[in-house]
Design a protein around this ligand. Structure first.
Ligand code: ZN
Ligand code: ZN
Length: 197
């Protein structure tokens, strides 16, 4: 060890013995401990958001605590790997989206005669010319062909000119339950139409 240079060990001891450095060291230790406890709390809350199980959040926090302030970052990595992928809110949102998608699919009607996909606000099937809806003459909204009166304004609706020629023809061919149903209800409707006018 060259005598001209200061002793590294002494420098280190001076450095460590410096009250400012000691204070800084204590603050760092305090900070790490707070970080450790805060992370445990975060894991607790995070698990609460991801499971309805009342016990698991405590396990998550215990995992962080168990790894001590020195190693708890490893526990964080482990926790991030094993925690449930979705939060309960995300699960709820996804199920809502799926439900609305399902409803959308159900709303997408098919033509009762040719089974082509039709929009629910079309008047006529563009493929086979079956009448799908009528326009209420009173409120101009779309009425289902089998409605005896308008559901929106209550106006009595005329029987449509026969349950649409094409539909009847298709019904005769035996292709549509809808055609049969329309045929079944026709006399009753006519009767009601007559008594009401
Ligand atoms: Zn059609
Ligand atoms: Zn109407």
């Amino acid at each position: 060890m060259p005598s001209g240079l200061p002793d590294p060990g002494k420098i280190w001891n001076d450095f460590v013995g410096n009250p400012v450095v000691q204070l800084a060291g204590q603050l760092i230790v305090l900070y790490v401990v707070l970080l450790w406890l805060g992370t445990a709390y975060w894991a607790f809350r995070d698990m609460q958001a991801r499971t309805e199980n009342p016990i698991l959040p405590y396990f998550a926090a215990a995992l962080i605590i168990f790894f001590t302030p020195l190693l708890f970052l490893f526990a964080v990595v482990l926790y991030l790997i094993v925690r449930p992928r979705e939060t309960l809110a995300e699960v709820y949102e996804r199920s809502l989206a799926e439900e609305s998608l399902l409803a959308e699919v159900e709303r997408n009607e098919v033509c009762p005669v040719c089974r082509e996909r039709v929009q629910n606000d079309w008047l006529v099937c563009p493929n086979c010319r079956t009448r799908l809806h009528r326009v209420c003459p009173s409120c101009n909204r779309l009425a289902e062909p089998e409605w005896p009166l308008c559901a929106y304004c209550g106006r009595e609706l005329d029987r449509p000119e026969r349950p649409s020629r094409v539909a009847a023809a298709a019904g005769a061919k035996g292709s549509g339950a809808r055609g049969d149903r329309a045929a079944d209800t026709t006399p009753e409707r006519k009767l009601r139409g007559v008594t009401n006018t």
